[in-house]
Design a protein around this ligand. Structure first.
Ligand code: ADP
Ligand code: ADP
Length: 226
């Protein structure tokens, strides 16, 4: 059974324009790193926002771990998303990461333990009391990843997480992604327009073009096709 399955997802923002997504059929396995590749405007963000339950498609079905999604239920707690441009709360790194845990009612001790564990994972040990908005772009993105992963989602969605970062910071984030999948029971779906990144990270890839999936398969096979 697929962990994520979509059938015929279609989304139109404006009736005059071609649809942002058209008949998207996707299957993702548990524990997989799956990449959506495509140019700017291809529909990557729209697809990720729908899978994150932040947006509703016009038609189509979405099954999450065998459960049919209705876009208004409590499956949301199993899904977190990292955006292309990280938005930091104007407070410390600790509180930025602890926020969601606090809402979920974890104790102070549990929060401290979990935050410290994820800070290590994103290589920001000792950053607890730094003000998040003064960090570098790469550090902010790592805080955003920590904030998403600390909630132990079953599905982590990352929308072009390294699009605004230099190669060094991109490489760190790629390492973190691999570690998350190895250490946590998390399935990761990320988007990129960087084919090299897709090739380095993903087990399987889909190529989206003008809202349609035009190619899908194991990374190795897709990149070796003539
Ligand atoms: P990508 O993430 O691959 O750059 P998007 O999903 O952002 O692609 O966009 C897909 C298409 O949908 C584009 O044509 C874009 O202009 C359009 N689009 C995206 N968001 C909106 C919106 N909120 N309102 C109208 N059109 C949108
Ligand atoms: P608020 O006043 O908004 O409720 P607090 O200052 O009480 O926020 O912080 C929220 C929780 O996070 C508290 O349990 C606090 O002890 C803990 N906390 C805040 N910063 C740190 C830190 N740097 N290291 C460990 N725990 C922290």
């Amino acid at each position: 059974m697929s962990f994520i399955k979509t059938i015929g997802i279609t989304k139109r923002y404006d009736n005059g324009e071609p649809p942002a997504l058209e008949d998207v059929n996707l299957e993702i396995k548990k524990g997989e790193i799956f990449c959506i590749m495509g140019h700017s405007g291809a529909g990557k963000t729209t697809l990720l926002r729908i899978l994150a339950l932040l947006e509703k498609p016009d038609s189509g079905e979405y099954y999450f771990d065998g459960v049919k999604v209705s876009w208004n239920d409590n499956l949301r707690k199993h899904i977190t998303m990292v955006f292309q441009i990280p938005v930091m709360f104007n407070t410390t790194v600790f509180k930025n990461i602890a926020y969601g845990l606090k809402i979920r009612g974890y104790s102070k001790e549990e929060i401290k333990k979990k935050v410290e564990e994820v800070l290590e994972l994103v290589r920001l040990q000792g950053y607890e009391n730094r003000r998040a908005k003064y960090l570098s772009g790469g550090e902010k993105q790592r805080v955003a990843i920590a904030r998403a992963i600390v909630l132990e989602p079953k599905l982590l969605l990352m929308d072009e997480p390294t699009a605004n970062l230099d190669p060094t910071n991109s490489a760190i984030i790629e390492e973190i992604v691999k570690e998350i999948v190895k250490e946590k029971e998390t399935t990761i779906l990320f988007s990129t327009h960087n084919l090299f990144q897709a090739k380095r990270l993903a087990h399987r890839v889909a190529h989206i073009y003008k809202g349609k999936i035009i190619e899908i398969g194991k990374t190795k096979e897709v990149f070796e096709r003539p």
